[in-house]
Write a protein that binds this ligand. Structure first.
Ligand code: NAD
Length: 290
């Protein structure tokens, strides 16, 4: 396929490289003029999008997505797929999809989980919103860039799935960290705590697969001085998107709101910026009730 790829940052560059490696013709564009092995540079988003079968965007936020979409939608050929893999607000995803559909395109919102490591290894998971026809067209590309894709329904549903999942993740990571800090104060050994919880009803991905306590459970960023991994800043972004969506849809999400406030303080007022999101554990360790 002929693929335009707009946004060649930490995630976009390895994703574009993997597509080129599999023999697709990839035309890249980034405002920071980044070059990627096997990817032809273009001078503008318009040039990267004109005449392509698929245009992929991997951008920082919904406002930037809207402005890039406004440039590329008019020049894309009818029937082409506009595939946004960024994490953005549901409203922006749906607004871009409406404009793209009106122009005869097949829009998909397909945010990912798996991080930079997953992008490099081609093992991302895609959560996809949009038409079945669009999904089937993009499926061979999901299979190159990722290991799994789930078609979640209409436009915006990929973003909805992503922020709901990450709201659960933020809440369970906080719950796991505060429970470890309480266990410490009660004199309970961390290994014993892990052995019980990981096989009892308190188990979760945060405890079992990504344990925030160094030296306990499988290898995780806790064993590497809390270098990300999944940065607390990105968790904060996703929690903000979840609360924006909850506000817009009148959903009651008290724990999501509390998780947002804790990560906001951690990243903006404390030492959480640039650390893994599981570094909430040393934060709780240092604190008392006040
Ligand atoms: P990044 O900042 O490294 O990359 C974004 C790129 O977009 C930058 O290179 C920037 O120069 C480029 N850009 C900005 N405005 C542009 C424009 N108008 N036209 C063309 N290019 C433009 O960010 P990233 O880590 O690659 O993340 C990209 C998206 O993926 C974000 O939405 C993020 O939330 C999501 N995401 C990131 C991770 C992760 O672990 N990094 C994991 C899952 C999802």
């Amino acid at each position: 396929m002929k693929i335009g790829f707009i946004g060649l940052g930490n995630m976009g560059a390895p994703m574009a490289r993997n597509l080129a490696r599999e023999g697709h013709f990839v035309f890249g564009h980034d405002t920071a003029t980044l070059t990627v092995d096997g990817v032809a540079n273009t001078r503008s988003a318009i040039e990267a999008a004109t005449g392509m079968d698929v245009v992929i965007t991997m951008l920082p936020n919904g406002d930037i997505l809207r402005s890039v979409a406004a440039q590329v939608i008019p020049v894309m050929r009818k029937g082409a797929v506009l595939l946004d893999c960024s994490t953005v607000d549901v409203e922006s995803a749906r607004a871009v999809a409406t404009d793209a559909e009106a122009a005869g395109l097949l829009p998909l919102d397909a945010p990912v989980s798996g991080g930079v490591g997953g992008a490099e290894a081609g093992t991302l998971t895609f959560m996809v919103g949009g038409s079945e026809q669009g999904y089937q067209t993009a499926l061979p590309l999901f299979d190159i860039m990722g290991r799994k894709s789930v078609h979640c329904g209409a436009s915006g549903n990929g973003q909805a799935a992503k922020i709901c999942n990450n709201m659960i993740l933020g809440v369970t990571m906080i719950a796991t960290c505060e429970a470890f800090a309480l266990a410490d104060k009660l004199g309970l050994d961390r290994q014993a705590m892990f052995d019980v919880v990981s096989t009892s009803s308190g188990y979760s991905w945060s405890m079992n697969a990504y344990c925030p306590a160094p030296g306990i459970g499988p290898q995780s960023p806790a064993d590497n001085e809390y270098k990300p991994g999944f940065a607390a800043d990105l968790m904060l972004k996703d929690l903000r998107l979840s609360q924006q969506a909850a506000e817009a849809s009148d959903a009651d999400t008290p724990l999501g709101q509390a998780a947002l406030e804790l990560y906001r303080r951690f990243v903006e007022d404390e030492d959480g910026k640039g650390r893994d999101f599981s570094a909430m554990l040393p934060r709780f360790e240092k604190r008392g009730r006040s």
